[in-house]
Design a binder for this molecule. Sequence first.
Ligand SMILES: CCCCCCCCCCCCCCCCCCCCCCCCCC(=O)SCCNC(=O)CCNC(=O)[C@H](O)C(C)(C)COP(=O)(O)OP(=O)(O)OC[C@H]1O[C@@H](n2cnc3c(N)ncnc32)[C@H](O)[C@@H]1OP(=O)(O)O
Ligand SMILES: Cc1cc2nc3c(=O)[nH]c(=O)nc-3n(C[C@H](O)[C@H](O)[C@H](O)COP(=O)(O)OP(=O)(O)OC[C@H]3O[C@@H](n4cnc5c(N)ncnc54)[C@H](O)[C@@H]3O)c2cc1C
Length: 627
Amino acid sequence: MEGVDHLAHERNKSEFDVDAMKIVWAGSPHAFDVSDRISKLVASDPGFRKDNRSTLSRKELFKNTLRKAAYAWKTIVDLRLSEEEAAKLRFYVDEPAFTDLHWGMFIPAIKGQGTEEQQQKWLPLAYKMQIIGCYAQTELGHGSNVQGLETTATFDPQTDEFIIHSPTLTSSKWWPGGLGKVATHAIAYARLIVGGREHGVNGFIVQLRSLEDHSPLLGITVGDIGMKFGNGAYNTMDNGVLRFDHVRIPRNQMLMRVSQVTCEGKYKQSDVPRQLVYGTMVYVRQTIVADASCALSRAVCIATRYSAVRRQFGSQNGGPETQVIDYKTQQSRLFPLLASAYAFRFIGEWLKWLYADVTQRLQANDFSTLPEAHACTAGLKSLTTTATADGIEECRKLCGGHGYLCSSGLPELFAVYVPACTYEGDNTVLLLQVARFLMKTVSQLGSSKKPVGTIAYMTRVEHLMQCRCGVQRGFAELSVDLVEAAVAHCQLIVVSKFIEKLQQEIPGKGVKQQLEVLCNIYALFLLHKHQGDFLSTGCITPKHAALANDELRSLYSQVRPNAIALVDAFNYTDHYLGSILGCYDGNVYPKLYEAAWKDPLNESVVPDGYHQYIRPLLKQEIRTARL
Ligand SMILES: CCCCCCCCCCCCCCCCCCCCCCCCCC(=O)SCCNC(=O)CCNC(=O)[C@H](O)C(C)(C)COP(=O)(O)OP(=O)(O)OC[C@H]1O[C@@H](n2cnc3c(N)ncnc32)[C@H](O)[C@@H]1OP(=O)(O)O
Ligand SMILES: Cc1cc2nc3c(=O)[nH]c(=O)nc-3n(C[C@H](O)[C@H](O)[C@H](O)COP(=O)(O)OP(=O)(O)OC[C@H]3O[C@@H](n4cnc5c(N)ncnc54)[C@H](O)[C@@H]3O)c2cc1C
């Protein structure tokens, strides 16, 4: 029945202060207030409706996204929302759109790679959305290998301009979000050529479309690359294709914080590492880690609530059947994901701090922590997105058949989320970067340069390296093992930062205890999953392994009575969850039944096509095959 909380009996079992945990999850009382207020604002505004997405055609879907973007922007301006509130609004509107790349990459690229003068010129236009930007780096032929990009930017000293050109089909820009139909400008990455000499890949601000009638400018061919995985999902985004035919831009539209070209045609590399050209990717990778905890917690919230509602088998003398959340197999699949959601939340908080710290140091030309920041953002982006994509799929399976319905919210969540394993850096390519960083650290062991920060533990491997200084096979030959070592390195960071979090003052009855249980589940689940490595390297004995498994089972029993309260702490509205299985009141079956009849296919009792195709079959008007 409506208004009845079918999960009240579960909520009454909670052994901790849920409201205090909501603050921990949000990050602070202020962050909770902003998040709570904005999520309710979005949920209560029909302008942000999203339950019809799977029934729209691509063109209707895209037009609806443009409408929402404009409506959201109007909401931000009318309500004078802060940047923090606007970011929360974008989060709860929950729709990939061109604005993600405008605010999430185009603006950060200008802030990170533009000179003061260039920032003063372009940022006010971008902040007011008087221009709409995209980040055009990837090409048809190259994405991972940035140094392999083929687009050229040739300096013409006669006219003090760069000529941007796509020399080959594979140099066509391909994938940039917002590019296909909306962006008026791009940060285009191209090979800089001055006086016949190449100077690597740099960023250039290029106008693509007229600000009068939105038509592509001379020399610009631009469009959408077509439908992507899933129906609604990421098809609200116009990932585009772009070709340049000798497009001329003023010299001052090359982003010149890292390298400069003078009007005389002199190339200068300033005293900052050329990798700062990659700075925007580092920024987005750290936001993607925070996003991972959001996406995983959303899937876990749905699967946990439904696992408490769903009963199957186990009825004693006509009594109620067993809640599937009470099956040990369901717990062993679900609770590590619940623990991961919290683990990723805290690692996301730490990575945000690390990124802010490295940004501050860069402003003082201190590049000492840049390698570690690159390795951490790359590795943790890879680790958390892989675990989250796999976790969302596991949550779908934990919901049985109903998990496969669009109304469960899980298929679309999966379809929108999985490209995170590829964009902003293919996850394997990024782990190879971490492996390179680890190998470089190992090569420096024994020197005066002591490993610090997240690699401080490697001093302990020093003796191993000395006694094992035998054959050094090629990096490529060992890359599979090195990628596994990179994952282990990142997992160590996640566990250690979770433990550090628990050293902080955490208010609220029972809150810290619950987090300790989740931290132990996260760590022991990893130990269980990688038991072979721990045993084969002599890190643990078989007895330790058995003890760990026993402890894991005991921890699942401890978390069981608190499971619903732990997902309530995410404070997600039913609107944001977009899931009948995950609805707060647990009133699943009536809502599933009601939703079915709303499907357009049920608008008519007799389906279109019956008279044309089925009736002749049934009436044998079609010659029957010899069966
Ligand atoms: C409707 C609602 C509306 C609401 C509206 C409301 C309004 C809203 C208002 C406000 C809302 C706000 C919204 C915000 C949204 C945010 C979300 C955004 C969403 C994002 C979506 C998705 C976007 C996806 C975008 C993309 O996908 S964008 C493209 C991504 N593409 C890649 O990621 C390429 C990967 N490949 C490489 O990154 C390189 O290729 C490679 C492999 C490193 C080799 O690079 P290479 O140059 O070859 O270097 P190496 O030789 O390997 O290394 C040489 C030496 O440099 C070192 N080093 C390499 N790197 C780096 C590096 N970085 N940094 C430092 N060092 C580095 C390396 O350690 C080595 O050091 P050493 O060992 O020498 O000491
Ligand atoms: C939804 C979506 C949105 C995107 N948005 C943008 C955007 O806004 N702007 C933009 O510029 N780009 C964007 N991209 C492009 C994205 O950044 C690239 O697709 C991504 O960096 C992966 O590069 P790739 O496609 O070249 O993969 P590839 O590198 O071709 O990967 C193919 C396979 O090769 C393997 N591989 C590659 N190199 C190595 C190596 N050295 N060693 C071992 N294995 C290797 C990979 O692990 C992978 O298994 C987007 C992509 C998607 C899917």
